[in-house]
Design a protein around this ligand. Structure first.
Ligand SMILES: Cc1cc2nc3c(=O)[nH]c(=O)nc-3n(C[C@H](O)[C@H](O)[C@H](O)COP(=O)(O)OP(=O)(O)OC[C@H]3O[C@@H](n4cnc5c(N)ncnc54)[C@H](O)[C@@H]3O)c2cc1C
Length: 451
């Protein structure tokens, strides 16, 4: 018996627990995995050898105030993303970071028009009015949207890299309206795509982003977190509050619950009474994209010697993007390869040896055959994780957007909902997770103060 139960010990659940305990309210976290962190998972390569970020990695200290405050509070060391040098666009050549990709003049104009249009439109849609935006912008996919603006093959491929890298889905698999909303939540497409100051990929954590979760957990009362406790049923009873049962039959009682379980798995938990139709609909129809990361660790940052920053866009193989993932202070020099979307899903069907060979071969095609072989590699396929099943944020189809009520994450009885996808700012990101955890805790604190 506890006052409140939080389901999920990712960043949002830990933040919710922190806020509740700070307000003097006792709570318990039930986490399915044997670790905290959820989609944040930082693997040490060895003592003093740096960390490999298997999940979320980047943040910034300009427009992500919750992450910034937590970084400061926990005294975490940050690494600035390297943007010195040229980028590469496969088969098209190199170009300075921040400038237009090497396209024909006509393609450059179309690409700039599309980027500017998406940027302008995304600032006009309201995150709380998904249904209304549909009436304005229709049911087009992102691909249809850019084709309607005159995009040819190469511009469509570049836009496809946006959706694949940001959501793990092809541009013809995501509604333009959903994508616009996603961009709006992150402060705009340009801000989200940027590796420069204030951009979505501006800074990394020297000792891994999961240190945010370990830090939050350390600040909680002892025994707040119970790991290896996947929740299977949640029952609500007006007179007795809530009862939660885990897969191994353990039973917990509490007054209220905060669920941080990603929406795509809500249907896998038995709720009694059942959740509202729009949450069930959301759970049944939202889809997580395909998302894998492959780290290639080298003895030296050879790309910098070639005047490159490590950012490259790939088309002919599984790798959609590479970025510099080094931690110079630790002597760790690495490229992170994003293997995402449909190509990624097909790549994942092969055995581990063939997967790695394909990635290394593709990186050689992008950068040139005479680059060194990696000393070490690490691979993480998020779709194979039972309690993530993809990343970073579920994509909601247009048909579903129309049917959802405006406040789709409102509490249902004694159950409150958090998790990065419920946030209206930086949805899908660490900042969104922290904001949502605090918002759900505030809902409970408010209920208690009015009772
Ligand atoms: C590959 C990848 C790259 C990313 N890149 C970035 C980035 O660069 N910057 C950024 O800001 N964000 C990034 N993200 C997103 C970021 O990691 C997430 O937004 C954030 O960690 C989500 O936190 P959360 O608490 O909302 O969800 P989660 O981390 O998913 O936490 C939910 C928790 O609930 C648990 N759970 C699920 N079902 C049950 C159940 N039935 N019972 C009990 N527990 C359950 C899960 O195990 C999990 O621990 C990335 C994510 C991935 C995977």
């Amino acid at each position: 018996m506890t006052d409140f139960i939080i389901i999920g010990g990712g960043l949002s659940g830990l933040q919710a627990a922190h806020d509740l305990q700070e307000a003097g309210i006792s709570c318990l976290i039930l986490e399915a995995r044997d670790r905290v962190g959820g989609k944040l998972w930082s693997l040490p390569l060895g003592p003093g050898k740096g960390y490999v970020e298997l999940g979320g990695a980047w943040t910034n200290d300009v427009n992500q105030p919750k992450v910034t405050a937590l970084v400061k509070k926990l005294g975490l060391e940050m690494v600035k993303q390297n943007i010195v040098g040229d980028c590469i666009m496969e088969d098209h050549g190199r170009f300075p970071y921040g400038s237009d990709p090497p396209l024909s003049q006509e393609e450059k104009v179309t690409f700039a028009e599309i980027r500017n249009r998406v940027e302008a439109l995304c600032h006009t849609v309201k995150a709380t009015e998904l249904g209304q935006s549909l009436t304005k912008h229709g049911h087009m996919s992102m691909d249809e949207f850019v084709v309607s603006m005159g995009a040819g093959d190469i511009v469509r491929r570049l836009v496809n890299i946006w959706t694949a890298a940001m959501l793990g889905v092809e541009s013809n698999q995501v509604s333009a309206v959903f994508f616009l909303h996603y961009c709006q939540a992150g402060g705009g497409l340009i801000q989200m795509r940027s590796d420069g100051r204030g951009g979505g990929q501006s800074m990394r954590f020297r000792h891994g982003s999961q240190s945010l979760c370990h830090g939050l957990r350390r600040g909680l009362k002892p025994d707040t977190v119970i790991c290896s406790a996947p929740v299977q049923t949640i029952e609500q009873d007006l007179s007795n509050g809530c009862s939660v049962t885990t897969r191994d039959g353990r039973r917990f009682r509490s007054e209220r619950i905060i669920s941080t379980v990603p929406s795509v798995f809500l249907n896998q938990i038995t709720f009694s009474p059942s959740l509202s139709a729009d949450k069930c609909w959301l759970s049944a129809h939202s889809k997580l994209g395909f998302y894998a990361k492959v780290f290639l660790v080298y003895s030296k940052p050879w790309w910098r010697k070639l005047g490159l920053c490590g950012l490259a866009q790939g088309f002919s193989g599984p790798v959609a993007l590479t970025r510099d993932a080094s931690s110079d202070e630790d002597g760790l020099f690495a490229l992170i390869c994003f293997v995402v979307g449909q190509k990624g899903a097909e790549w994942a069907q092969q055995d581990a040896h063939d997967r790695l060979t394909e990635v290394i071969d593709h990186v050689e095609r992008i950068y040139g055959a005479n680059i060194p072989r990696p000393l070490e590699t690490r691979e993480q396929i998020w779709n194979e994780e039972e309690f993530s099943q993809g990343a970073p944020c579920p994509v909601v189809p247009a048909s579903c957007l129309r049917s959802l009520s405006q406040d789709q994450w409102r509490p249902e009885g004694y159950i409150h909902f958090a998790g990065t996808e419920t946030s209206t700012v930086w949805k899908g990101y660490m900042e969104g997770a922290l904001v949502s955890g605090s918002r759900a805790a505030r809902e409970i604190i408010d209920v208690l103060s009015t009772n």
